[in-house]
Design a protein around this ligand. Structure first.
Ligand code: ADP
Ligand code: MG
Length: 701
């Protein structure tokens, strides 16, 4: 086969004229033969094969089984009922399930007569189940016409309106196979094919479009998913290697006075072993000749700040400046105050730069940055402005990554002639392999341990009707000297209503917690920054006992004396947000509580979220559930990274395949970094194609 065959414009295919080509481009993004080849069916109607129940797999394909109904029953469920028939064929049993049309089905189904049933099988626990099957008495079926196994392609209204039906698409693909005699170039090495027992590229393509049977379909799916993830990983890992080679870093070889003095005299606690491990990883990077670009993941309260500080001191020991950027003014300020306190009498010049920094102050900060008098700059986005120039910025730290995008990171790169080392800190735990794909150009460190002596926050779910009890509980806690957060949801779509809820809530709290015994703060987005700040500070100083707020307090605020977090309308928050909010308490020595308030009407997803929060404090576990509920689409960073452009693999469901692919890429690059060996030629060719055709990963440079 001519190697350019796949790059042929789609108009050259038989029966595809300019009109059809245009629709294919617009609706399905199909420009070339290869795009059509990669239009994978969503599902299959397999009417060539009969399966016995013991052969069925959880492949999502439709299958055909002959057997008898042994038993029918109606099962009550949350809403309505479902009709369940036990269906057996001598090799096993499965369930046929109906959610509608019970009466008609019950009246027409015959027990113990051979039926042919057709539908999609999925597994729930140990039981296979087929919802709303097509079914026919075997005797009737045998008289009718039989259809072959049929791929079902993604479709749109426009496609079918323009006559490009599923059948037409299938015929076009058949034509492709005929034109090239079903031969497609292999893109993996014989070694990998062998080790993983993968079927060839040609076989895989044939069986993804025209599966001979379930088993080959599963093999084709596995092979193509693996291949897709393999090349994504190959790009990512090659890029990391390239960056390390190409971009000269500024090696921090000294561990000097600042670091050592702080470590010996000012460190207020012993580091956890997770903190030590992470610092070691970072120091390794900083000490090497490469530029560091590292993501530091650590659950709320895991102690990322001290790690940041130690790194900044290391920068200073090597004659460099450092900056720490936070997403909100409040958080930047807390960092500034906290770090100043930690530094004590160490001679470190540290300043705060935010949107509300006064003009005159701003001017001296700019000057001192440029002449090198200022060692550490803490701030918000204000740091990114072009007027902010450093003498020699060696390290830039970004706290709470998800509020910043790739573009902003890239701005930091340009703050110095040689790009500074970059450390991105986030409290949003995402599963490691996923992180590797989403933040592909970052190395990853994880603080997977909380400082000792922390009491896990006790979390409960209460209904609005229990509010009096909850208020009583708050009063008891305040009597013990504790402070309380009450948080209301605020989203743009329903902003006006949300503010009303917040103000109503505030008023009812003011009524129940009257002056002078109780002092209450309120903070929300409509307030002026100065007022917000004033209220916040009153709470931080312990002058108010209750803080009523919208989610502005979500990120980073540290008030160790606060021991109760009440979240109103908790069902409206996402899991990671709930987890972040809960992280605001449990920072002191006292037992802390998180109370999730909701009405009685809850969706299944809301229930799962609330239950998850009640059951676990583990951020990674919560992240896994969140991912399952929402899919990767909402994950921060994914939109930018192109992870979602996958054609066949699913980054969540196929995570095990992703791991395998990653392992094999690492092995490959170890053995043959330049992909120069004969055996790896197919990989090299395919890789060059991928890289030439589109650089899906935005590269900061
Ligand atoms: P986060 O990772 O959420 O930014 P912080 O850095 O704010 O967490 O740390 C949370 C709290 O834990 C702070 O009060 C900090 O002083 C404390 N802390 C951090 N590391 C340790 C440690 N090794 N031992 C005891 N307390 C620690
Ligand atoms: Mg923090």
């Amino acid at each position: 086969m001519n190697s350019n065959f796949l790059q042929t414009p789609i108009t050259y295919l038989k029966n595809v004229g300019p009109n059809r080509a245009e629709v294919l481009q617009k609706e399905l993004g199909i420009y070339l033969f290869k795009d059509l080849l990669q239009l994978f069916p969503n599902r299959y109607l397999d009417k060539t094969q009969y399966y016995t129940i013991d052969q069925l797999q959880n492949s999502g394909a439709d299958v055909q089984v002959v057997g008898k109904i042994i038993h029918i029953k109606t099962v009550a469920q949350k809403r309505g009922k479902r009709l369940v028939a036990t269906f057996g064929d001598g090799t096993g049993q499965m369930e046929l399930v109906w959610f509608r049309g019970h009466k008609w089905i019950r009246e027409n189904l015959k027990l113990n007569e051979p039926y042919i049933v057709f539908g999609r099988v999925s597994r729930y626990g140990n039981m296979l189940s087929m919802p709303h099957p097509e079914m026919e008495l075997l005797a009737v079926h045998q008289k009718g016409l039989k259809i072959a196994m049929q791929p079902i392609y993604p479709s749109t209204e426009k496609l079918s309106a323009r006559g490009i039906t599923n059948k037409v698409l299938s015929q076009m693909i058949q034509q492709l196979f005929i034109d090239c005699k079903g031969q497609f170039p292999e893109v993996l090495s014989p070694k990998i094919l062998e080790e993983l027992k993968l079927i060839s590229k040609s076989d895989a393509l044939l069986n993804i479009h025209f599966p001979k049977n379930q088993e080959l379909l599963a093999k084709a799916q596995f092979r193509l998913k693996f291949e897709e993830l393999f090349f994504v990983q190959l790009q990512l890992i090659s890029k990391i290697i390239l960056r390390k080679k190409k971009i000269k870093g500024m090696p921090f070889t000294n561990v000097g006075n600042y670091f050592n003095t702080f470590f010996k005299k000012h460190l207020p606690f012993e580091l956890t072993s997770a903190q030590k491990k992470v610092i070691k990883q970072i120091r390794n990077d900083l000490g090497s000749n490469a530029q560091m670009n590292r993501l530091l993941q650590g659950d709320v309260g895991s102690g990322k700040t001290i790690v940041a500080l130690l790194c900044m001191l290391l920068a200073m020991d090597n004659g460099f400046q450092a900056c720490l950027m936070a997403p909100t003014e409040i958080l930047a300020q807390q960092h500034y105050i906290g770090l100043k306190e930690l530094l004590g009498d160490l001679e470190v010049q540290i300043e705060l730069l935010t949107g509300s920094t006064k003009k005159s102050k701003r001017k001296t900060i700019h000057e001192d940055l440029e002449n090198g008098q200022l060692h550490i700059l803490i701030g918000t986005h204000a740091i990114l402005e072009d007027v902010v120039q450093f003498k020699n910025l060696g390290l830039a730290i970004i706290d709470e990554q998800h509020r910043f995008g790739v573009a902003q990171r890239s701005k930091l790169w340009h703050k110095n002639e040689t790009p500074p080392h970059i450390l991105v800190m986030t409290a949003t735990p995402i599963p490691r392999t996923l992180a590797m794909s989403v933040y592909g150009d970052l190395d990853i460190s994880v603080i997977d341990e909380l400082p000792p002596g922390r009491k896990p926050v006790k979390t409960v779910h209460r209904f609005d009707s229990n509010r009096l009890q909850v208020f009583r509980f708050i009063k008891d806690e305040i009597k013990k000297g504790r402070q309380v957060y009450v948080v209301y949801p605020l989203i743009q779509e329903s902003e006006a209503l949300d503010y009303k809820d917040l103000m109503d809530g505030y008023e009812s709290i003011v009524r129940d917690f009257p002056l002078p015994e109780y002092q209450i703060s309120i903070v929300h987005g409509k307030m002026k920054p100065l007022d917000k700040d004033y209220e916040m500070q009153r709470f931080v100083r312990g002058e108010t006992q209750i803080m009523v707020a919208t989610t502005v307090i979500e990120v980073g605020v540290n008030v160790p004396n606060a021991s109760v977090m009440i979240i109103e309308s908790a069902e409206r928050f996402g899991l990671s947000q709930l987890h972040q909010l809960r992280g605001r308490v449990g920072r002191g020595a006292e037992q802390s509580f998180c109370i999730l308030m909701t009405g009685h009407k809850l969706s299944q997803d809301s229930k799962t979220r609330l239950e998850t929060m009640v059951q676990t404090n583990d951020g990674f576990e919560i992240a896994e559930v969140d991912l399952k509920l929402r899919g990767p689409g909402d994950l921060m960073g994914t939109q930018q990274s192109g992870v979602l452009n996958l054609k066949i693999a699913d980054i969540v469901k196929d995570n095990p395949i992703l791991k395998t692919a990653r392992y094999h890429v690492i092995q490959l690059l170890k053995e043959d970094p330049g992909l120069e060996k004969e055996i790896n030629l197919p990989i090299r060719k395919a890789y060059q194609n991928v890289v030439q055709n589109k650089a899906i990963w935005n590269y900061i440079s």
